[in-house]
Design a protein around this ligand. Structure first.
Ligand code: NAD
Length: 499
């Protein structure tokens, strides 16, 4: 029962091509090695297109095409670039439903999220950076009566961007918008699990950008990502993905001494203080919703609130109510607008999650709900579905320490404020956190004491442009989603002039 037809069905908003090449210098270009790989949809597990399998020759071509475009693009006025970014946003808005279906079909996430959040956020991101670049100013400093220091922002040149599969279009736009706004040309490598939705976007907006400003090379991490990050002619690499891959990216970048920004993994705590259950009111209800938020995007979110810390005083009642909320999360066809949890993005990811469920059982965590692959029947039987899962255990366990990236919650209790902060910070990661309390002082203190780049108070999973996003500790380097990101894509030029 779906109001959105799947690709290939009558009335579908998106028609994928059966084959996607690279997009280099404004043209579709076949891979130098002549190889393609199959791309299945996680909704049913069936292959729906094949995709160029890139290699270092394709990366070379893309970097060359980008440098060819750079002299003109780097000198466009900020007004021109802002106008183009706004036009891209307008075009995306006109085709919002089509982009949402494309992303849902390729990634397996519910249409209500792609339609209501992912694509609208991507659109707003272009508009935000269109505004930010126009508002950015250089500076002048007086050195002495006859001498002035002028500071200008200049683009870096050609930059490499490597993205994951969990929010394909949004992750691309988080990187493209500031880079293009700042006047750079880009070589983008989509995740091998979700290249097609990126190409749907590129086809939609390609006429708005000069040839070579945006180039897309498809393929695998080692075959395309590694040569891109090591390329002697790129001036920066921006990466989102796993912490282990992030370490490699830093090593690659060190060969050419180029800057990196890294958005990596997380194991975010969601902390419920005792006063949450003081009354069974609308606030309590909102907190329960927050407890069940680990299911958003099937748990495939770097900031997934994958550890719940609940005050001992309220533990039994709050957890019982929270579990009811988790069991009510509706799983179904991702294109059905009432579906709240869809398919995991790939078979590998499904297997990784199931293996962590086994690990949880083996290490003695208590399974409170879920814990299995879901068979949704019919054509969905071949898809990659997992039931929302909650384990109760101890923060030292692997399921509390390692990123599972699935709808699996690791739940524990705490005794008092200091214990809550100790457990929250007992992790390698420091990306996101949630704190829930009726007391503003508790929220403020916990917000400052938790070592994470983003702490949500009495809410979770909001990602507005203008709120800096990035990690402490091993969750990354740099902040996206904010005008400060522009400077990560710029050089500072100083002219020291003696009059
Ligand atoms: P991944 O690191 O396996 O892959 C990410 C990208 O890097 C893909 O395009 C992949 O092809 C490429 N890649 C893989 N190996 C590479 C190599 N050796 N050299 C260059 N490129 C390489 O991560 P994933 O499994 O695709 O994504 C999930 C991870 O991303 C999770 O850890 C998640 O927390 C993280 N993530 C972080 C954020 C954030 O903003 N912090 C956002 C989304 C996802």
């Amino acid at each position: 029962p779906s109001t959105y037809a799947a690709p290939g069905e009558a009335g579908s908003l998106v028609e994928y091509r059966s084959r996607y090449d690279h997009f280099i210098g404004g043209e579709y270009v076949a891979p130098a090695g002549g190889q393609y790989f199959e791309n299945p949809t996680p909704v049913t597990g069936k292959v729906f297109c094949e995709v160029a399998r890139g290699d270092s020759t394709d990366v070379d071509r893309a970097v060359e095409a980008a440098w060819k475009a750079f002299p003109a693009w780097g000198r466009t006025s900020v007004a021109e670039r802002a106008t183009i970014l706004n036009r891209i946003a307008d075009r995306m808005e006109e085709h919002l439903e089509m982009l949402a279906v494309a992303e849902t079909w390729e990634n397996g996430k519910p249409i209500r999220e792609t339609l209501g959040a992912d694509i609208p956020l991507a659109i707003d991101h272009f508009r935000y950076f269109a505004g930010a670049i126009r508002a950015q100013e250089g500076s002048t400093g007086e050195i002495d009566h006859d001498t002035v220091a002028y500071h200008f922002h200049e683009p870096l040149g050609v930059v490499g961007q490597i993205i994951p599969w969990n929010f394909p279009i949004l992750m691309a736009v988080w990187k493209l918008a500031p880079a293009l706004a700042a006047g750079n040309c880009v070589v983008l490598k989509p995740a091998e699990q979700t290249p097609a939705s990126i190409h749907v976007l590129v086809e939609l907006i390609r006429d708005l950008l000069p040839a070579g400003v945006l180039n897309v090379v498809n393929g695998f991490g080692i075959e395309v990502g590694a040569p891109l990050a090591q390329h002697p002619d790129i001036r920066k690499v921006a990466f989102t993905g796993e912490t282990t891959t992030g370490r490699l990216i830093m090593q690659y970048a060190s060969q050419n001494l180029i800057p990196v920004t890294l958005e990596l993994g997380g194991k975010s705590p969601n902390v419920f203080f005792a006063d949450v259950a003081q009354e069974q009111d609308a606030f309590y209800d909102k907190a329960l919703e927050g407890f069940a938020f680990f299911n958003l995007n099937q748990g495939e979110v770097c900031t997934c609130p994958s550890r719940a810390l609940v005050a001992k005083e309220i533990y039994d009642g709050f957890v019982a109510d929270g579990l009811d909320r988790v069991r009510a999360v509706k799983q179904g066809h991702p294109l059905d607008p009432s579906t709240m949890i869809g398919a995991q993005a790939s078979n590998d990811q499904l297997e990784k999650i199931l293996s962590y469920i086994d690990i949880g059982k083996q290490e003695g965590a208590k399974l409170l709900t879920g814990g299995e692959r879901a068979d949704l029947g019919g054509e969905l039987s071949g898809g990659y579905y997992v039931t929302p899962t909650v384990f109760e255990g101890d923060n030292a366990m692997r399921i509390f320490q390692e990123e599972i990236f699935g709808p699996v919650l690791a739940l524990t209790s705490f005794s008092g404020y200091d214990d809550a902060i100790r457990i929250a910070n007992d992790t390698l990661y420091g990306l996101g956190a949630g704190v829930w309390s009726r007391e503003a002082t508790t929220l403020y203190r916990a917000g400052r004491d938790i070592q994470a780049g983003r702490v949500w108070s009495n809410t979770y999973h909001q990602y507005p442009a203008g709120a800096a996003f990035g990690g402490y500790k091993q969750s990354g380097i740099g902040r996206e989603n904010h005008k400060m990101m522009l400077e990560h894509y710029q050089q500072t030029k100083n002219l020291l002039v003696s009059y």
